[in-house]
Design a protein around this ligand. Structure first.
Ligand code: ADP
Length: 321
């Protein structure tokens, strides 16, 4: 790089720190396959599921990228190669930001995909979305096969241009025999297996009946000055919180904290106030629970210093019903 006067800057905030903030590791899920094989459908469905699990994701999808970043590129072999090269580089930037990055491009050439793998480094997972050509052509979601068969589109992958199958993909999904949910389940299992995300904890009906989910800010942490940053847990416990939490625990409930804050920030604060042992879990994901005690909810309206005693009274009353 010296001849071009370029210097690579090391980041001050590392990828590990960013991952810690997100509560999961980052990676690139590179979906490849014929047009109509289901790359977009799967990537969108998966992104929705990961979002619901509290993950930070971003999807780079064919036409959207061609309309913006790559609007100067056409479909000549050189432009196709450059299209994939840029997507590989952008995917790497997203990965380094701590994001679970999904890309959905036909990317028919082995060489181009390998280049993307090299650009992205670790945690690059190739997912071969494989449906037989006949299935893709029968689906023809954008009417492109019809045009290719009629000769209106030239050099169409699968018709008059090759698709080079991945040699050793992280996952092979035949969408003609597996439905969208099953495919997503396999990808989520891959992410768990590779240590990118944690296994979601199963909560039984019995656990749900015994669980009380507590919002952190405004219920446990007084939160008198409002939002001051996710890591900044600046206040003392909310009035009555310590007594209330201990009472709920004595009543036999399993208590969990649900908050969008980073788990270690909450953990540290709970330890400082010697109440960490009351909680079975601190999570960013909404879990099944019998009650959600939320500062926007009933009895926690601003200025009500009796919020906690009233909550306990309500829960005891219900137990005795
Ligand atoms: P691509 O992005 O690979 O070009 P699309 O996702 O745009 O493909 O289109 C795939 C089509 O196949 C959609 O109409 C989708 O509803 C359908 N389809 C049927 N079964 C599946 C499946 N198991 N996975 C993904 N798509 C499927």
């Amino acid at each position: 790089m010296a001849d071009r006067n370029l210097t690579y800057h090391e980041e001050v905030v590392s990828r590990d720190k960013k991952s810690w903030l997100c509560g999961h590791s980052s990676c690139v899920l590179w979906f490849t396959g014929l047009s109509g094989s289901g790359k977009s459908t799967l990537a969108n469905a998966l992104e929705r599921k990961l979002f619901d699990m509290g993950c930070k994701t971003h999807l780079l999808d064919g036409d959207n990228v061609r309309m913006g970043l790559n609007s100067d590129l056409g479909f000549s072999p050189e432009d196709r190669e450059e299209n994939i090269r840029r997507i590989g580089e952008v995917a790497n930037l997203f990965k380094n930001s701590g994001t679970i990055t999904l890309t959905a491009f036909i990317s028919p050439y082995h060489k181009d995909r390998e280049r993307a793998r090299t650009a992205c480094g670790d945690n690059f997972f190739e997912i071969h979305v494989a449906a037989p050509l006949e299935t893709c052509e029968a689906r023809d979601p954008k009417g492109l096969y019809k045009k290719a068969r009629a000769g209106v589109i030239k050099g169409f992958t699968g018709i008059d241009a090759p698709y080079e199958e991945p040699l050793d993909p992280a996952l092979y999904l035949d969408t003609s025999i597996k439905d969208v949910d099953k495919c997503c389940e396999e990808i989520i299992n891959l992410l768990i297996g590779k240590g990118i995300i944690d296994k979601p904890r199963e909560i039984s009906v019995l656990d749900k009946r015994r669980t009380i989910a507590l919002d952190f800010d405004g219920v446990i942490h007084a939160y008198s000055k409002g939002f001051q940053g996710l890591d900044n847990v600046y206040d003392e416990p909310h009035v009555g919180a310590l007594e209330g939490i201990s009472a709920l625990s004595e009543l036999g409930y399993r208590l969990i904290v649900v908050s969008s804050r980073p788990v270690p920030a909450i953990q540290k604060w709970l330890t400082k106030h010697s109440i960490d042992h009351y909680f079975e879990e601190i999570t960013n994901i909404k879990r099944p629970a019998k009650h959600y005690i939320d500062d926007h909810g009933y009895r926690f309206e601003k200025g009500n210093v009796n919020s906690w005693p009233q909550v306990i009274e309500m829960i005891i009353g219900e137990k005795n019903d």
